[in-house]
Design a binder for this molecule. Structure first.
Ligand code: CMP
Length: 140
């Protein structure tokens, strides 16, 4: 298996409840290395651009409003098979369907306030990482 990098966001519902460290513990216990991390407050323009692929979806406006409702922690995670591994670690988008022990089962409040985002493909991971991080900020 190849070493990959994926992009992660610890969402405002989790930072609001002081769960950054708890989420990071689940990430690290799953064998993913946090090779870049910063806490930011996204602007509306950043959130709209980041979620642009969902612009036509009925939940888009609420999603953007939620993502700018408080700080988030953006991260780059590295591991063998990091994209798929992190999606397993996060669990299903809707926490009601997430497996026990996953970030969303443990911490999420709803399908919108679902504590974590992770890239859905290696191609999107590269795009999402470059949106928030310079190469020099990623230290493997
Ligand atoms: P995320 O992985 O960040 O990608 C898009 C987000 O939209 C998703 O997680 C959910 O938090 C949010 N969302 C809100 N409502 C829905 C919905 N009905 N279906 C899918 N995603 C939703």
């Amino acid at each position: 298996m190849a070493t990959e990098r994926t992009f992660s966001i610890i969402k405002p519902d989790a930072t609001r409840r002081n769960l950054t460290g708890a989420v990071n513990a689940v990430i690290e216990q799953a064998g993913l290395r946090i090779v870049a991390q910063k806490r930011i407050h996204m602007t509306q323009a950043q959130a709209e651009a980041f979620y642009g692929v969902h612009a036509a979806r009925p939940f888009f406006r609420d999603l953007v409003t939620f993502m700018i409702s408080g700080p988030v922690v953006v991260q780059v995670l590295e591991a063998d098979n990091a994209v798929a591994r992190y999606r397993d670690v996060m669990g299903a988008t809707n926490p009601a369907n997430a497996e026990p022990g996953t970030i969303r089962k443990l911490f999420a409040e709803s399908i919108e306030a679902n504590s974590a985002h992770g890239s859905d493909s290696l191609e999107n991971a590269a795009i999402e990482i470059s949106y928030f991080f310079a190469g020099t900020e990623i230290v493997g």
